[in-house]
Ligand binder design. Sequence first.
Ligand code: ATP
Ligand code: MG
Length: 397
Amino acid sequence: MEKEIILAKYGELALKGLNRGTFEDIMMKNIRRRLRRIGKFTYKKAQSTIYILPESEDIDLDETVDCLRKVFGIASLCRACTCEKSFNDISAKSMEYLEDVLLGAKTFKVEAKRADKQFPMTSPQICAELGGILLDKYPNLKVDVKNPEVTVVVEIRDEYAYIHGGSIKGAGGLPVGSSGKALLLLSGGIDSPVAGYRMARRGVHISAIHYISPPYTSDRALLKVEKLCQKMTDYCGSIAFFCVPFTEIQEAIKKYCPEEYFTIIMRRLMMEIAQKIAEQDECSALITGESIGQVASQTMQGLVCTDAVSRIPVFRPLIGLDKTEIVETAREIDTFETSTLPYEDCCTVFTPRHPKVRPALKDVEEAQNKFDFSVLIEKAVAETEMKIFKFSDNMDF
Ligand code: ATP
Ligand code: MG
């Protein structure tokens, strides 16, 4: 059997102009980092494609493809067989390489892409010739150009020709690290991991911040968030995780502020702390999992009150999504099950019986000014602990 190769094709990246090289370099670095665990590969980039060639036979290509499907910037992936650029070799190899699928199918078509215009046959000629040969060899097959079970793709490229049975959808987006760094407010819920995933997909490198309120929140609750963070590294690469002790602040809110404003004040103080950590960690923006109207603090007026304390942009990639859509993505990225484990979040500590649904900013400010939180904020920031989660760290939970 001929050596198999993986072709990783760019999406949006191919449209980039002068700075395309920078995007490519970041993506290549991300790919190398992911695949290091699997084995040794040789890499080449040409014609909006990264060619990934395994250096030894024992490399598991299914696992390699699974891993690459989580690398942002790759629009599609093909596992292909390399051939000489002669029609004889192409037809011989396509029968050898795709024999099993061709034997098991009823309909097929051939698709040819000719990046090398010097190749003596045109694309329609390749399709017609190879289609005829395959029909002769496999009596079980019929041609169906509209909806074939198998598409035999022949790609004539610079050095070699490649044959494969169609491409697999990649993660799309832009390579992580190509759009700067932002700090994700990561709770143990369903929404915030999805928000982080969405921004990472736009090339943003993610750090995460989480607020804990022991003894009201348990070690298990923190462990659950750490597990979510670890799961996110599959897509996001390494994540610096900041854990903020929030108990004293919450107790002070309860003691000094009017109950109906508890949640909104708590959220404003979370934002204050997040900005300080963002500054230390060189993050240019914050990310939250808020979606308009989902809960009392996520009304437009509520968001106005939380935004008022923020001096850097707050990205809310889920703002216009329904819960069902968010859940769908959470399942896709495998965070849903962990997110729905029943541990308490600090947001559920001291929740007001009747939260203000449409708080006015000046009332919130007045309620918050009943106590000077600045010393407690500085203390929480000083006592924040950081750890790094890396792709391929295996956490045992
Ligand atoms: P999620 O499912 O992400 O927890 P939610 O619908 O439960 O969101 P809230 O609890 O109001 O909504 O939280 C809104 C956002 O605030 C979250 O998406 C997250 O970004 C942030 N957040 C909430 N609790 C915490 C926490 N303990 N630590 C860090 N961020 C938090
Ligand atoms: Mg929550």
